[in-house]
Design a protein around this ligand. Sequence first.
Ligand code: AMP
Ligand code: GLY
Length: 423
Amino acid sequence: MNILVIGAGAREHAIAWKLALSPRVERVFVAPGNAGTAMEEKCVNIAPNVDLLKFAKEKECLTVVGPEAPLVEGVVDQFREQGLPIAGPDKNAAHLEASKAFSKRFMEKYGVRCAKSRTFSVFDEATRYVQRCFASKNVPLAIKADGLAAGKGVVVAGTLAEAEGAVSSFMKDEVLGNAGKTLVVEDFLDGREASILAAVGVNNGKGCILPFTPARDHKRRFDGDKGPNTGGMGAIAPVPDFSSAAQADFQTSILEPTLKGLRQEGFDYRGFLFFGLMVKDDRCFLLEYNVRLGDPETQAVLPLMESDFAELCLAVLDGALDKFPLIWKKGAVCAPVAVSDGYPGQYRKGVPVTISAKLAQTGAKLFVAGADLRDGGLFTTGGRVLTVSAYGADLAAALQNAADALSAVAFDGMGFRKDIGEI
Ligand code: AMP
Ligand code: GLY
C-alpha cells in the first residue's frame, strides 16, 4: 500500500521512517517533507502546491496527518467525504486541542481528572478572579490562552503582577491575536510531567483507545528546566518514574472517562491522541489533549515500537484496534533536539550542518526538522534543526548513546540540552 504523510518536522520524518519499515508499504509520500524524508528509503517528498486530496486518490494512499493545523482546519472531514482513508480526528474532535475552554468543558463533563479552572472572555472578570486567587493565596496560577499558540499560550504566574500581566497581554494587547481573547485560569498542579501518546479508533459511539509506552518531553530551553518554553528540547521513553500504579490510575481517571466522552460526543476519532499529564504520588491529572502525536515524543516512542505501524494505522481505521497486538522493544530511547542559536527567539538560517562518521557507531537515527539539502550538503532552515534518536538497553545507555550521537553533529551556534532524561 501507499501512504501519504502530511507535515514537515522531525515527528513526520519519524512517522514516515517507521511506516516505510513495514513490508506492507510500497511508497511513503511526504507533503511537503524535509531533507530527512527526501533521503529515507521508500520515501518521496511532494511539492507544496500539489492538491493532496487528488494525489491521495490517484495513488490510493492511506493518509497520516502529523501537525494539528490541518486537523483543526478539517482535512480529515474532507478526505472522509471522498471515501479516502485518513488517520486523524474529525474537525469537531480537533477542538480538544484547538480550544482549551472546549477541552476543559469536555474533561469536566466526563469526569477526566484535571486542575480546577475558570474560563473568561471579559478582561475585568478575569483580572478580578486572579486578584481574588492571590488574596486567598490560591497560587500560583496557570493562565492559558484558549486558542492555538505554538507553545506560547501558557503562563505559570507566581506573583499577582505576573498574573495580571498575562491576562492583560492575552486579552487587552492581544499578543496572540484571537487565540488569547478567551482565557482559562487554572489552579497550579505540582508534580512531574509525562506524555502518553495513544491510537484511537472511535466511530459511531464505539471503539477503544490504545495507549503507547509513556514518554517525557523537556519543554524549557536550558538545562535544569530553565529559560523560555520551546516546542520541546528532547524526550525519553519509557519514563522510569511512571509506575504501574500511575499507569493504572491513568487508565481509570483519564483514559476511560476520555473514551466515554469521545463515544458520547459522536466524534469520528480514528487517529492519534496525546495526553499531557502531571503526575504526583502516582495520581495523574490531565493538563491537555493534543489531537496528534507529540513532537519530540514521537521520535522517542516510535523507535521502541516492535509492531508494524502501518498495520496499526489500518487497525485504527478498520475498527480493529481492540485486537491489535501492540508490542514494545525492551530498553529505552533518548531523543534530544538540536536547535539554532537564539531559538525559540530569532535565529540565523542557512548554516551548514556536518555529520561525522562517528554517528554510525552509536546506532542513533537522525530525524530532520529545519534543514534543507543543497549542493549535496545540509543547511539549517529552522529553529528546530533535528532530533537525535538514540536507543540503549536501559535509560543510562540511551543517554550515553544520545550524547555520543550529538557529538557527531555540528553546526555553528548548535544548542541542545545535556540533561534530557536526567531530570
Ligand atoms: P499545556 O499547553 O496546557 O500543556 O501547558 C503547557 C505547560 O505549562 C505544561 O507542559 C506545564 O509545564 C505547564 N502547565 C500547564 N498547566 C499547568 C498547571 N495547571 N499547573 C502547573 N503547570 C502547568
Ligand atoms: N511535546 C509536546 C507537543 O507535542 O505538543
